[in-house]
Design a protein around this ligand. Sequence first.
Ligand code: CTP
Ligand code: MG
Length: 219
Amino acid sequence: MRYTAIILAAGKGKRTALSFNKIFYKIHEKSLVDYSIDFFKNDEDCKQIILLVSKENIDGFQSKKNGKISHLILGGNTRQNSVYNSLDFIQEKYVFIHDAARPFLPKKSIQNMKKKICDFPSITLGVFLTDTIQRVEEGFVKEPLKREELIAVQTPQAFHKDLLVKAHQLAKEENHQATDDASLLFTFLGISTLVVEGDKRNIKFTTMEDLAFLEVILK
Ligand code: CTP
Ligand code: MG
């Protein structure tokens, strides 16, 4: 199989309170964004990498644009808008979308996604929850949720390009925003997303507390 990887690095990392973007935070002398870039560079099924970056950082990324990294694109003001900006440049039939803030890419899980993407239009990595999760309204817990029906969604998510493009176009027309791409295929095309088991180590660097765990797992 062949696929395009979209790496999302165009956020602001506001929740980290670092003086620079979290994707440049270095663990074991390597920036977090480089973990994702190297993963896709080293995967021979990945034929093209599109990097979404912010205006402040685009100059620093110029030197990375070569070989498989075909495009450096300016992101939008939301994650969804960043993905949207990349859609015209996807060359392959299958697309894997990944958050640069997740530096631990689970090889086995991604291998499983690659095996399945020919037969399923939309796939997400997900891990079952160990905590009990409840819905809260105005300070009170609402009806109980069944833990065995809940997953924490991870990236990469994988799609058939034509469906991803269509779902994003419809979402844009309706001014609808979501925090992942698979939910757009469900909302606008009625497509169910297959869950492939992810990995607990595939966490997103969101707040400073996440760093201690990342330092250990990236060894
Ligand atoms: N992202 C992006 N474009 C945006 C917003 C987010 O490409 N407009 C990327 C981020 O760089 C990150 C991933 O999407 O790799 C997941 O988003 P998140 O963890 O929310 O990162 P930030 O938006 O950068 O962080 P924050 O929400 O704390 O500002
Ligand atoms: Mg964000």
